[in-house]
Design a binder for this molecule. Structure first.
Ligand code: SF4
Length: 215
């Protein structure tokens, strides 16, 4: 397994490789980020941005999603996976935001997680990027990178990965580390064909060494 000292080397490497890592979901306010993050489940940020370019022109806030028919909203997000469930959740959470929170997104992860369709990962993304609350969202990239490096075991749950990374990373770096690990997973340690031969972490990565030996 990776040691805490080795993880510090990884953090340094992520920083050097992706100093400008950032949230790639285009948004202008917490509500738009919440909608974009919810839409991004099992979907690429590129596709979400393509859809939200029109969506956010048409729907300015929760009131607009409440007023539109479910059929029309489904039509507007139909190119995105899981559009049926996502439309239902967007309408339901918009209603709840208006009824309970004055139409604003609550700046608390725990409260946000009570909204329809909002899980821990989505809430972590929104509190950290929209409200500056230190949080570390574990998506498919973060989970894959942590497990390949031997930070976590393959059978660990996303919450185990989140807790381990938070334990070994200074709190003020949680949000930036989240973005940097995502970039590392998205552009370098890809799900298919990770770039192990040119990886600066190969010497401490159990998965990379195994892949190089199997070649
Ligand atoms: S050596 Fe390969 S598997 Fe390991 S972190 Fe680098 S790219 Fe990913």
């Amino acid at each position: 397994m990776l040691t805490k000292t080795q993880w510090q080397v990884c953090l340094q490497t992520f920083e050097e490789m992706f100093p400008d890592a950032h949230c790639e979901l285009i948004h202008k306010n917490p509500f738009e980020l919440l909608i974009a993050t919810l839409l991004s489940a099992q979907c690429t940020d590129v596709l979400v941005n393509r859809v939200t370019a029109d969506l956010f022109q048409k729907y300015k806030g929760p009131e607009d999603y409440v007023l539109v028919s479910i059929e029309e909203l489904q039509q507007d997000i139909r190119s995105i996976g899981l559009w049926r469930n996502k439309s239902k959740n967007i309408k339901a959470l918009s209603e709840l935001l208006i009824e309970e929170y004055g139409g604003e997104v609550p700046p608390s992860r725990d409260v946000m997680m009570t909204l329809p369709g909002v899980g821990r990962k989505t809430a972590n993304v929104v509190v950290s990027n929209a409200f500056g609350v230190p949080a570390l969202a574990v998506d498919t990239h973060v989970e894959r990178v942590a497990k390949r490096l031997g930070m976590n075991r393959w059978k660990d749950r996303p919450i185990d990965v989140e807790e381990k990374i938070m334990r070994w990373t200074p709190m003020e770096k949680w949000t930036q580390t989240h973005h940097q690990v995502i970039f590392f997973g998205r552009y370098h340690c890809k799900a298919q064909n990770p770039n192990c031969p040119e990886c600066p972490l190969l010497y401490l990565c159990r998965e990379g060494q195994k892949r190089m030996k199997d070649k």
